[in-house]
Design a protein around this ligand. Structure first.
Ligand code: PMP
Length: 981
C-alpha cells in the first residue's frame, strides 16, 4: 500500500492533535510512523496504524504504556499523549500521538561496548519485570511474533531463501520438543521486541528507552530475553561476545534460572528463524517494503556464525555468564572420580602417587627449550616430567597455533596434563571402558596417534579420556567399539616423527561432554574461554592422582575479574571508585595494583603498622607452621597476648576475650551488658556504626536510617550526636549529654555504646565534656558504658593508646578490631573482672577461631611493632603535619568547611557554603576522591551526607607521603571545580 507523504502526516498531526510540526518518515513494518519536529526539535512520534490492526491490540498497547508509566517510571517507554481516527484511501485508521524519546536507535549508534550490551539486558529485564503484573485479554491473541506459536510458521518455510531453509526447518521443527519445558515456565506479558530499531541509546551510551509495544504477548520472560540476544548478535564478528553481556546484564537485574538457560540457545534460534520466515512472507505480499530487507542481511550473518558453535557449548557459555557451572554433569562426574568407588590404574608405567615428577613450567618458553625437555627430565633424576593443566603457554602463540577464524583469539591454555616418559613406553587404560575413536593426526604439533576412551560412573554417566601423542600403530591396534579393561596396555608413547613432532610424552585430557565431536577436540583453548572449558575438561589429576595437581594459579584480567565478580559474588558487596582497583600487593602505606602502579593508601586503618609488615607476616607464618588450635588448650601465646593487651588499659580493665572481628566483639559486649544488667535497651549515638551482624545493624543508625534500613528497632534509643561542628550546642559537650539521661528514663538501658571518635558518622570526636557527662547519666541509670575502639584504637590518635583516654573516662567494656591484627581477622573485648564474672551464667562462650594461636601471634607482633617503631608518637607528629597542611589548604579552598580529628584519624568536611555549613553535594565530594585516585592517592568518603574525606592511613605514613597527600588533595580540590577562596 502506498505510504502517504511526510507532508500529509504533518497535516494530520495538526488536524487531529493540534500539533504544528514538520514530519520525517520513520521505518515501520505495517504502520506508518513519522517523527514530528516542533520548532526544529523532535517532539512527538505520530503512528498511523494499519487498518487491519485489531482494535483490542491497540487497546493493549495503550494499556501497556499506561501500566509502565505508572508502575515503572525508571523504565523509559514513550508516553501515549492522544489517539484519534483518520481515513485514507477509503480505510479508517487509528492515529496515536506519542512522546518523542531522545536517543539514537541501536542500529545507528555504532558498535556497542560491553557496558552498553549489559545495559540493554538490564533494560529489557526491568521492562519485563514491570510487565509481570500486567494483564490484558489481547496478550493471548494468535500472533506470528509469539515464539510459543512459532511452529505454525513451518508452513511458510518454503518461501524462505534456499540457503536458510534447512536452518529454519530444523529450528522450528524442534519447537514441539521445547514446548513442554517452555510451558512449565511462568508466563507473563513481555515486551518481546528489543530489536536494533526499537532500542534507543542515550548520549552517555546507556540505554535511553525501549520503543514499540506492538509485540507485547504473554510468554515466558526468557522469550523476550532471547529476542534481545538474537538482535544484539547482528553484525558482530563474534556473536556470542555480544550476547553474553546482554544476558549478564539481564541476569544481574532479574536472575535467570538454569531451566530458562537450558532453553535460551534454542529460543535465540527460533527468533532468528521467525524473523526469516516472517520477512519472506511479507516480501511476497509487499515486495516494495524496504524495511523488511533491512534486517535480513544481518540475520543471515548472525545465523551463519551462531550455528558454527555447538548448541551445548552455547548453553554452557550462557550458564557461565550467569555464574552457574557451565556443564552441570561435571560436578557428578568429578565427585565419582574422587570417590572411593573409583580406583584408576596408572596411565603410564610409573607410580604416580609416589614418584614426584619434574614439574615443567612452559608459560614462557621456546621451541628449543621444549625440544630439550627429554634430557632435562633424565638429568634431573625424576622418573617422569609433568606438563601442567590450565597452563597458558607462549609456545602456542606461534603460527602453527594461529586461530582458525580471522580476528579470533589465539588458543594458548593447555587443557590436559602431559606426562613425559621415553618413547616406546606402554600406555594403559585407567578404567574399564570402550574405544570411542582412534586416529592418526599427522600435522606438525597435532596429536599424532590419539585415542578417545569412553568410561562411565557407577550411575552410568559417561565421560571420556583423550590420550594423544601416541605411536602411529594405534590406528591398527585399536578399533572403535573395542572394550578395554582397567590396566590394559592400549598403546605406546610415540616417537617425535609420529607424535606431531613433540618430545616423547602423552597428553591426557578428561571430557565430561564431547559437544557432539569425536577426535577433533581442542587440547588448548583461548584464555577468555577457560572458565567454560575447565568445566568441559576438568583437571585430569582426579584420575591420574598425583599427590599435588600443580595447576597454575588463575591469572585474570581486570575486566574478567569484574565480570566474574558480578556473576559469582553477591551484588550487595560494593567496589570503590568508578574504575575499581585491582590490588595485588601492599607495602607500608602503599597499595600496588596489577600493573605495578603504587597508590598511597590514606584509607586503610586496618593495615595499622603497614601493609605486609615483615614482623607480622613472619609471626603469622611461624605459628601457622607449628600449630593452630583453639582456646580449649593451654597455650602460651594467648596468655602472653591477653596480658600484653590488658596492660595497655587503665584499671580495672584487665580481662580479655578474643573474637574474629570488631562486629563479633561488639555483639559479645552487648550480650555481656544485657546478661549482667538483665536489660535489653541500648543507647547509641546518632549516625554511629557498630558492625555487620544483625544485632548491630539494629543498633547502628548509619545502617538502619539509610538505604535498605528499617528504622530504629524496639531495643535502641538514639542519642543526639555531640558534634562540635554542626551540632546545635556547638562544643558544649555536657549539654548534649542531657538527652542520655532523658533516654534512661522509662525502661532503663543495658548499655550506652559509643565510638570514641565516630568514623562512619564523618570523623566526629564527641564535644569536650560529653563522655564524662554521658557516662555519669548512663551509670546513674545502672547502664554499662561500652567504648567501641574498633576504628580509632591502638595509638592511632597519637596522644593515647585508646581514644576514650583523651576524654577522662574509663569504660566498663572496650571493643577492638580492625588494626588489632594488621589485616589478620581478630577482635577483642576487654572488660573488668566483675563483669567477666557476672557473665558466667553456666553457658559456655566458645568461639572456634577467636583467640587461636595464629591470631594471637599476629596481635602480639602488632603490639611489638607499635612499641619498637614508636608509631603512636609518629601518628601524633605526622597527624599534626597533615592537620596543619589541610588547614592551610582551607585558606585556598572554600569547599573545606572543617578539618578535624586526632593523630592519624582525620576528617575534612566538604561544604557548599562555610556559613551555612551545608554539606557539599555527594558527587562533588566523589569527584575529589576520584581525582585523587587518578593521581595515585586513595581517600574515602563518609558521614550521613557522604561529604567527609576520611584520612586514616597505616601509621607508617612518612612525612614525604604526607607531603604527596597534601599536594594531591590540593590538585583534587581544584579539579573538583572548587572556587579558590
Ligand atoms: N565498630 C566500628 C566503629 C566500625 O567502624 C566497624 C567497621 N567499620 C565495626 C565496629 C565492625 O568491624 P568489622 O567490620 O571488622 O566486624
Amino acid at each position: 500500500m502506498t505510504q502517504p507523504s511526510a507532508a500529509l502526516l504533518a497535516s494530520w498531526a495538526t488536524d487531529l492533535f493540534g500539533v504544528t510540526a514538520s514530519a520525517t518518515l520513520l521505518p515501520g513494518e505495517l504502520d506508518w510512523n513519522a517523527r514530528l519536529d516542533v520548532e526544529g526539535a523532535p517532539a512527538y512520534v505520530l503512528k498511523v496504524h494499519h487498518p487491519a490492526t485489531d482494535p483490542s491490540v491497540l487497546a493493549l498497547q495503550d494499556a501497556v504504556l499506561e501500566h509502565v508509566a505508572l508502575t515503572a517510571p525508571r523504565v523509559a517507554v514513550p508516553r501515549l499523549l492522544a489517539t484519534a481516527g483518520v481515513s485514507f484511501g477509503g480505510h479508517a485508521r487509528r492515529a496515536r500521538l506519542l512522546e518523542w524519546l531522545p536517543g539514537t536507535v541501536w542500529a545507528d549508534a555504532g558498535p556497542p561496548d560491553e557496558a552498553r550490551l549489559r545495559a540493554l539486558g538490564a533494560t529489557v529485564a526491568r521492562l519485563d519485570a514491570a510487565l509481570a503484573g500486567f494483564d490484558h485479554p489481547a496478550l493471548d491473541r494468535p500472533y506470528r511474533w509469539n515464539m510459543r506459536q512459532a511452529a505454525a510458521l513451518l508452513g511458510d518455510a518454503p518461501f524462505v531463501d534456499e540457503a536458510l531453509r534447512p536452518f529454519v526447518h530444523t529450528t522450528l521443527s524442534r519447537l514441539d520438543e521445547l514446548l513442554p519445558a517452555l510451558s512449565a515456565l511462568p508466563q507473563q506479558a513481555i515486551h518481546n521486541d528489543a530489536n536494533e530499531h526499537n532500542v534507543l541509546v542515550g548520549s552517555d551510551s546507556g540505554i535511553a528507552g525501549l520503543l514499540d509495544v506492538g509485540d507485547v504477548v504473554r510468554a515466558p520472560r526468557v522469550c523476550g530475553l532471547a529476542v534481545a540476544l538474537a538482535y544484539a548478535q547482528f553484525g558482530q564478528d563474534d556473536p556470542m561476545a555480544a550476547a553474553l553481556p546482554v544476558l549478564a546484564g539481564y541476569h544481574a537485574e532479574s536472575p535467570v534460572t538454569p531451566q530458562e538457560l537450558a532453553l535460551l540457545p534454542d529460543l535465540v534460534d527460533v527468533r532468528l528463524a521467525m524473523s526469516v520466515v516472517n520477512a519472506a512472507v511479507q516480501r511476497r505480499s509487499d515486495p516494495g517494503n524496504s524495511y523488511l530487507a533491512i534486517s535480513q542481511t544481518a540475520v543471515r550473518g548472525a545465523i551463519e556464525s551462531i550455528t558454527r558453535e555447538p548448541r551445548e557449548l552455547r548453553e554452557a557459555r550462557f550458564r557461565d555468564a550467569c555464574g552457574y557451572r557451565p556443564i552441570p554433569r561435571e560436578r557428578r562426574i568429578v565427585a565419582w572420580l574422587q570417590s572411593a568407588a573409583c580406583d584408576p590404574a596408572p596411565v603410564i608405567d610409573r607410580n604416580l602417587a609416589a614418584d614426584p615428577p619434574l614439574v615443567l613450567d612452559w608459560t614462557h618458553t621456546d621451541a628449543a627449550t621444549i625440544a630439550a625437555v627429554e634430557s632435562k627430565v633424565s638429568a634431573s633424576g625424576h622418573t617422569f616430567g609433568l606438563g601442567r593443566y590450565r597452563e597458558d603457554r607462549d609456545v602456542y602463540r606461534s603460527d602453527a597455533f594461529a586461530p582458525s577464524q580471522a580476528g579470533g583469539q589465539a588458543r594458548t591454555v593447555h587443557l590436559g596434563v602431559d606426562l613425559f616418559v621415553p618413547a616406546g613406553e606402554p600406555v594403559f587404560s585407567p578404567l574399564d571402558g570402550t574405544v570411542r575413536s582412534v586416529a592418526y593426526r599427522s600435522d606438525p604439533y597435532d596429536y599424532g596417534g590419539v585415542v578417545l576412551l569412553e568410561h562411565a560412573t557407577d550411575d552410568g554417566e559417561p565421560f571420556w579420556l583423550l590420550i594423544g601423542h601416541l605411536g602411529r600403530e594405534i590406528v591398527s591396534s585399536l578399533t572403535p567399539g573395542q572394550r578395554v579393561r582397567r590396566g590394559d596396555r592400549i598403546a605406546w608413547v610415540g616417537v617425535p616423527a609420529e607424535n606431531g613432532n613433540w618430545p616423547p610424552h602423552v597428553h591426557v585430557q578428561l571430557f565430561v561432554t564431547l559437544l557432539g565431536r569425536s577426535t577433533d577436540l581442542p587440547g588448548v583453548i583461548e584464555r577468555e574461554n577457560i572458565d567454560v572449558w575447565e568445566s568441559i575438561c576438568p583437571d585430569p589429576n582426579v584420575l591420574l592422582r598425583l599427590p599435588v595437581s600443580h595447576v597454575p594459579a588463575r591469572d585474570r584480567s581486570k575486566s574478567e575479574l569484574a565480570r566474574r565478580r558480578r556473576a559469582n559474588l553477591a551484588p550487595v558487596l560494593s567496589l570503590s571508585y568508578a574504575d575499581p582497583l585491582h590490588i595485588v600487593a601492599g607495602e607500608g602505606a602503599y597499595l600496588i595494583d596489577a600493573d605495578g602502579r603504587r597508590y598511597l593508601d590514606l584509607v586503610n586503618n586496618v593495615a595499622h603498622v603497614g601493609h605486609g609488615h615483615p614482623r607480622v607476616v613472619s609471626a603469622l607464618a611461624a605459628q601457622a607452621e607449628l600449630v593452630n588450635t583453639n582456646t580449649r588448650y593451654l597455650h602460651g601465646t594467648i596468655i602472653e597476648y591477653a596480658r600484653r593487651l590488658a596492660a595497655t588499659f587503665p584499671d580495672p580493665l584487665s580481662v580479655v576475650i578474643l573474637t574474629n572481628s570488631g562486629s563479633e566483639a561488639n555483639d559479645l559486649a552487648l550480650r555481656m551488658a544485657r546478661t549482667v544488667t538483665g536489660r535489653e535497651h541500648v543507647l547509641v549515638l546518632d549516625s554511629a556504626y557498630h558492625g555487620n551482624l544483625s544485632s548491630l545493624v539494629e543498633l547502628s543508625p548509619y545502617k538502619f536510617n539509610r538505604a535498605g534500613g528499617n528504622g530504629p528497632g524496639p531495643r535502641v534509643r538514639v542519642c543526639e550526636l555531640p558534634d562540635a561542628y554542626r551540632g546545635r550546642y556547638g562544643a558544649d559537650g555536657p549539654r548534649y549529654a542531657t538527652d542520655v539521661a532523658a533516654h534512661c528514663a522509662g525502661a532503663p538501658p543495658a548499655a550506652f555504646l559509643h565510638e570514641s571518635i565516630l568514623g562512619c558518622a564523618g570523623q566526629i570526636e564527641p564535644a569536650p565534656g560529653y563522655l564524662v557527662a554521658a557516662y555519669a547519666g548512663a551509670r546513674e541509670a545502672g547502664a554499662l558504658c561500652i567504648a567501641d575502639e574498633v576504628q580509632c584504637g591502638f595509638g592511632r590518635v597519637g596522644s593515647h593508646m585508646w581514644a576514650f583516654e583523651a576524654h577522662d573516662v574509663v569504660p566498663d567494656i572496650v571493643t577492638l578490631g580492625k588494626p588489632i591484627g594488621n589485616g589478620h581477622p581478630l577482635g577483642a573485648v576487654v572488660t573488668t573482672p566483675a563483669i567477666a564474672r557476672a557473665f558466667q551464667t553456666g553457658m559456655e562462650y566458645f568461639n572456634t577461631y577467636g583467640g587461636n594461636p595464629v591470631s594471637c601471634a599476629a596481635g602480639l607482633a602488632v603490639l611489638d611493632v607499635l612499641r619498637d617503631e614508636r608509631l603512636m608518637a609518629h601518628a601524633a607528629e605526622i597527624g599534626a603535619y597533615l592537620t596543619a597542611g589541610m588547614t592551610e589548604l582551607a585558606t585556598r579552598h572554600s569547599i573545606i568547611g572543617d578539618v578535624r580529628g586526632r593523630g592519624l584519624f582525620l576528617g575534612v568536611d566538604l561544604v557548599e557554603d562555610r556559613n551555612t555549613k551545608r554539606p557539599a553535594a555527594a558527587d562533588a565530594a566523589a569527584r575529589v576522591v576520584e581525582s585523587a585516585r587518578e593521581d595515585g592517592v586513595l581517600l574515602s568518603l563518609d558521614g550521613p551526607h557522604g561529604n567527609v574525606l576520611k584520612i586514616k592511613p597505616p601509621l607508617v605514613l612518612t612525612r614525604a607521603d604526607a607531603e604527596i597527600a597534601l599536594a594531591t588533595l590540593d590538585r583534587a580540590l581544584a579539579m573538583a571545580g572548587d572556587v579558590t577562596a
